[in-house]
Ligand binder design. Structure first.
Ligand SMILES: *Cc1c(COP(=O)(O)O)cnc(C)c1O
Length: 377
């Protein structure tokens, strides 16, 4: 028999200020909620809480969609849930890429046997609606338009209302990644006519990672129900998940829900409802303005043009000659501050400073500017 490792005892993480691309700072209220007693996932009290989460998520997404719930898994599982259900082998899907996460959408379309039609835009730019229109003109049989609302790899925001309107004109469904936008900038599913959307718990909702709120319109559900082939994934098959998250009352076992993380999401959504979406959006914008003034004062230039810029994800070009990894290590070690590095093509070229959820507050902006000032001096 092997021996236990006696030198290893409880883990106590350092206290950090999280200003990267997620996770964001998790308020103590949410951590406290997650420490409450674990109960059974079919306990009536738990089921009541599940219903409240669905109601609170409808508010966050601004939708009446009945099928609105958190997938048990990170944002990436929410993404796969959307693609694996909505795309049948042979379906043509117009996929917009302007960063890392659009690229993942493309990968999903390929893996589920869809036929991707790629609309490419430069990293750091929004999705170009004219290119999307042209793609539909050339492919009027396309069934779905997929795009990332808030591209976290660059900090660019696309015009979701305009893109969804084009898809509707051609009779296609719209599938949107709003992982980084939900709770930080307006996400208006019903007003914009979005058919499927996925988000994440750890960005502007400021909960711990591992849950992915999703929402599906009646048209999206009809497409899933009309499939000729079964959904390839058992776990993510909405027809099966529906019996667990869908029905009021009679719930059947599908998988064991992550009980305590769901307490956390419930609390995060209560906090958002207490603040109000309008106020949350205004706070993200105000903190962005404050950060921007400070960053530009230090001579740091934004990567994304002002009219396409996300307030909750600030990408700035690295000063020439700066050692990226060493500078970020100093921020972490001396200031307990985490900011994000560049991803993919932008690796080593930019920093991504997140102002997501509870991280979008005055003290964080001040600490960040002070720390950056010291490191860049
Ligand atoms: C973070 C993120 C994801 C992935 O979420 P995970 O929780 O890391 O799986 C997907 N899309 C966007 C735009 C993101 O920012």
């Amino acid at each position: 028999m092997t021996q236990p490792a006696p030198a290893i005892s409880s883990f106590h993480p350092p206290r950090r200020i999280l200003m990267g691309p997620g996770p964001s700072d998790v308020p103590q209220r949410i951590l406290d909620a997650m420490a409450r007693p674990t109960i059974g996932h079919l306990d009536p009290a738990f089921q009541d809480m599940m219903e409240q989460i669905k109601t609170l998520l409808r508010y966050a997404f601004q939708t009446e969609n009945q099928l609105t719930f958190p997938v048990s898994g990170p944002g990436s599982v929410g993404m796969e849930t959307c693609f694996v259900n909505l795309v049948e082998p042979g379906d043509k899907v117009i996929v917009c890429t302007n960063g890392v996460f659009g690229g993942r959408m493309l990968e999903n379309v390929k893996r589920v046997g869809g036929v991707p039609v790629l609309v490419e835009d430069a990293w750091g730019r929004a999705v170009d609606a004219n290119k999307v229109e042209a793609a539909f003109q050339a492919n009027p049989d396309a069934k779905i338009l997929a795009f990332v609302h808030a591209e976290t790899s660059t900090g660019a925001q696309s015009d979701a209302a305009a893109l969804a309107a084009i898809a509707r004109k051609y009779g296609a469904l719209t599938l949107m990644d709003c992982v980084t936008s939900l709770g930080g900038t307006p996400v208006l599913l019903d007003q914009w006519g979005i058919d499927a959307a996925y988000s994440g718990s750890q960005k502007c909702l400021s909960c711990t990672p591992g849950l992915s709120p999703v929402s599906f319109s009646e048209a999206a559900i009809a497409k899933v129900r009309a499939r000729k082939t079964p959904v390839q994934s058992w776990f993510m098959d909405l027809n099966l998940v529906l019996g667990y998250w869908g029905g009021e009352g009679k719930r059947t076992y599908h998988h064991t829900a992550p009980i305590n993380p769901l307490y956390g999401l419930h609390e995060a959504l209560v906090i958002l409802a207490e603040e109000g979406l309008d106020n949350a959006w205004a706070r993200h914008r105000a903190m962005h303005e404050m950060l921007k003034t400070g960053l530009e004062g230090m001579g740091l230039a934004f990567v994304v043009a002002e009219n396409e810029r996300l307030p909750q994800l600030n990408s700035v070009a690295l000063p020439a000659g700066l050692d990226d990894a060493a500078a970020r290590a100093r921020l972490l070690n001396e200031f307990d501050l985490e900011i994000g590095a560049g991803l993919g093509a932008l690796s080593g070229k930019i920093w991504r400073i997140g102002l997501m959820g509870a991280s979008a507050r005055r003290e964080n902006v001040e600490t960040c500017l002070k720390a950056l000032g010291a490191v860049l001096a």
